[in-house]
Write a protein that binds this ligand. Structure first.
Ligand SMILES: Cc1cc2nc3c(=O)[nH]c(=O)nc-3n(C[C@H](O)[C@H](O)[C@H](O)COP(=O)(O)O)c2cc1C
Length: 308
């Protein structure tokens, strides 16, 4: 997830309970081979021991997909995922991501180029069930003919962004299609899943091989470990210690290299579900550096302890 699943957040989630696979933020294949390369490559930074980690890419130039895949293989990623699902206006305006649903021939070329460059690394696609109109089976059927290792299906059309409920019955149709086509592609469902129990329900009900979690991780950083107490039920002290850990990891890894505003977006994960949480959030929102945030957190802890 853009500005979310960077190396820092992945490290934190791993400490709380790792999923089976992590996906990077989406990275522009054009950006990777442009003079502005330095603006995008931070998305591909990883710890040497991070595995399995799949790099997600986007763009519409097959040559850059080939080169990007070669590079990602050399950087030690475990797989390459092509974003054909992002619905953001400025991205689709130039025919990228979910707009490729309307250009299957180019989509096929991009997949082929990525596979050629990846030299054996698994290549997967993340997509939606249509662009302006729903066409689950036509589009997924086409993708399943391209010999991809996995297909993640977000159960909405692009036009609907995150509105309405994800249509899991459509994702189930993709599983049935995969089975009837007798291809080996792993089917991963995505949309509105918040807990491990729901992951298991989706597996049982729709036959998906896996579930991709997006926003659910903001609700519970411990989501992937069934033995750990959910974040919401933890004490204020624990929430603040986790927040401090996040700040530390951010400082340790990014130092001055990433703008502080990226870190600020995470504060609401921790400062929630306790008396005074909204006051703390307001104080944190006003901070301008991670040092300021540390001071606010420490002061809050001190005043909390004094009160007890
Ligand atoms: C802040 C944010 C950033 C996202 N960035 C990406 C991205 O870079 N690549 C991608 O495939 N999906 C991205 N998504 C979409 C999610 O992966 C997911 O498909 C969507 O949120 C629906 O799943 P959920 O209900 O589990 O959140 C992003 C979503 C959010 C909220």
């Amino acid at each position: 997830m853009e500005d979310v699943t960077d190396v820092v957040f992945r490290s934190l989630v791993r400490e709380c309970g790792a999923p089976d696979v992590f996906f990077s933020e989406f990275t522009s294949t054009d950006g990777m081979f442009s003079p502005g390369e330095h603006k995008v490559v931070h998305r591909l930074e990883r710890r040497p021991d991070e595995s399995p980690l799949v790099a997600q890419i986007w763009g519409r130039n097959p040559e850059n997909y080939f080169k990007a895949s070669q590079k990602l293989a050399s950087l030690g990623f475990d797989g390459i995922d092509i974003n054909m699902g992002c619905p953001v206006e400025k991205i689709i305006r130039s025919g990228n991501c979910s707009a490729l649903i309307e250009e299957p021939d180019l989509a096929a070329e991009l997949i082929a180029a990525a596979k050629e460059g990846a030299a054996g690394l698994p290549v997967s696609v993340k997509t939606r069930i249509g662009f302006k109109v729903q066409k689950t089976e036509e589009w997924a059927g086409f993708l399943l003919e391209q010999g991809i290792a996995a297909l993640t299906v977000h159960g909405r059309i692009a036009k609907h962004l995150s509105k309405y409920s994800a249509k899991w019955e459509e994702i189930g149709k993709v599983v049935a299609l995969r089975d009837s086509l007798k291809v080996n592609t792993t089917i991963i469902g995505n949309g509105d899943v918040l807990t491990l129990e729901e992951i298991n329900e989706k597996h049982q009900e729709y036959g998906v091989d896996g579930v991709m979690i997006g926003r659910g991780i903001f609700e519970n950083l411990f989501l992937f470990d069934p033995d750990k107490t959910p974040l919401r039920e933890r004490s204020i002290d624990e929430k603040l210690s986790l927040l401090m850990r996040h700040v530390e990891l951010f400082e340790e890894f990014w130092k001055e290299r990433k703008p502080y505003r990226v870190l600020k977006k995470f504060f609401k994960i921790y400062a929630t579900h306790f008396a005074g949480a909204s006051d703390l959030r307001m104080k944190l929102v006003e901070t301008e550096t991670s040092d300021d945030a540390r001071v606010v957190i420490e002061e809050w802890k001190t005043s909390m302890n004094a009160y007890e």
